[in-house]
Design a protein around this ligand. Structure first.
Ligand SMILES: Cc1cc2nc3c(=O)[nH]c(=O)nc-3n(C[C@H](O)[C@H](O)[C@H](O)COP(=O)(O)OP(=O)(O)OC[C@H]3O[C@@H](n4cnc5c(N)ncnc54)[C@H](O)[C@@H]3O)c2cc1C
Length: 253
């Protein structure tokens, strides 16, 4: 609606997907939780299945706008819209979710999140395709998660943010996922910052170094809300905090 109101989008045709049946569901399947495109953000936020199996998604939901927004906004809409500051695309990227899309002539295909988000409001969706489902992998035992953001006011889109998922095993980090938002034209997976942690024992120094790598890997925009240097500083701090929190919630504790 804001894009229409600001005349940034002028579609010739508008299709109301709420009249299309069978797109509103949350299902546990083999190794993933499948969420239909028209499932409302608030439904995901309150889902016990999501809370126990995809905790990073549950952590992200209250950060999306206000209650009124989450009552209407959908998982498919947020994913297809591909705002680089949005939380659901960040979670999809962090967890290596699969995005299921369909077109009447060609049928269904599955796109990994790493290939789906291609640029500012730009995805791998072809003009004749609709997004039907997002498949979020189930968290492995021992996983802790956190989503940290800096916003000017409650409910605003994040100026920048960081999602983290950490799995610890026998006192060492066995897996680390870090994604930053608001720093580029897509959400950004911080592979170097992740690699820094895997195999090592959790420590303040390791989290600090990882935050520094994530900040160095991003090139955030500068505008009236904050300079590039300020946003980069925030990323450093937020990644470190997200790692501290997710590790403290992980299995070894
Ligand atoms: C005031 C306000 C504050 C917000 N704050 C946040 C925030 O902090 N964080 C956040 O992540 N989001 C935020 N949002 C976005 C919101 O959560 C929704 O994700 C967004 O508005 C999309 O809404 P929708 O699901 O109704 O999709 P629509 O508005 O209907 O669609 C969005 C775009 O996706 C396309 N689309 C929708 N569904 C499909 C589909 N199934 N297949 C193919 N294309 C599709 C549409 O054509 C359109 O281009 C905010 C929105 C508002 C208005």
């Amino acid at each position: 609606m804001p894009l229409l109101a600001l005349r940034l989008a002028s579609p010739a045709v508008l299709i109301d997907l709420s009249a299309v049946p069978g797109l509103d569901y949350i299902e546990r399947n083999d190794g993933h939780v499948a969420i239909g495109a028209m499932t409302r953000e608030r439904t995901v936020e309150r889902s016990e299945v999501v809370g126990s199996l995809v905790p990073l998604l549950t952590e992200a939901m209250p950060l999306i706008g206000h209650l009124a927004i989450r009552n209407r906004g959908t998982v498919g809409g947020s994913t297809a819209h591909a705002d680089p500051s949005a939380e659901i695309p960040a979670v999809a990227l962090a967890l290596d979710a699969d995005i299921v899309v369909t077109s009447a002539p060609r049928g269904e295909r599955t796109v990994p999140a790493a290939e789906f988000f291609q640029g500012f409001f730009t995805t791998a969706l072809e003009p004749d395709e609709a997004l039907v489902e997002v498949r979020f992998p189930v968290a492995q035992p021992g996983t802790g998660v956190a989503f940290e953001e800096a916003t000017r006011r409650h409910g605003d889109f994040a100026m920048v943010g960081a999602a983290a998922s950490v799995r610890t095993e026998d006192g060492r980090i066995a897996d680390a996922r870090i994604v930053t938002i608001g720093v580029s034209d897509t959400p950004v997976r911080c592979r170097d910052a992740e690699q820094e942690l895997v195999g090592s024992a959790p420590s303040a120094e390791a989290f600090e170094q990882s935050g520094s790598l994530a900040a160095g890997a991003c090139d955030p925009p500068s505008d009236l809300h904050g300079t590039t240097a300020y946003r980069r500083h925030l990323i450093h701090v937020l990644v470190r905090r997200a790692l501290e929190k997710s590790t403290s919630r992980s299995g070894d504790k």
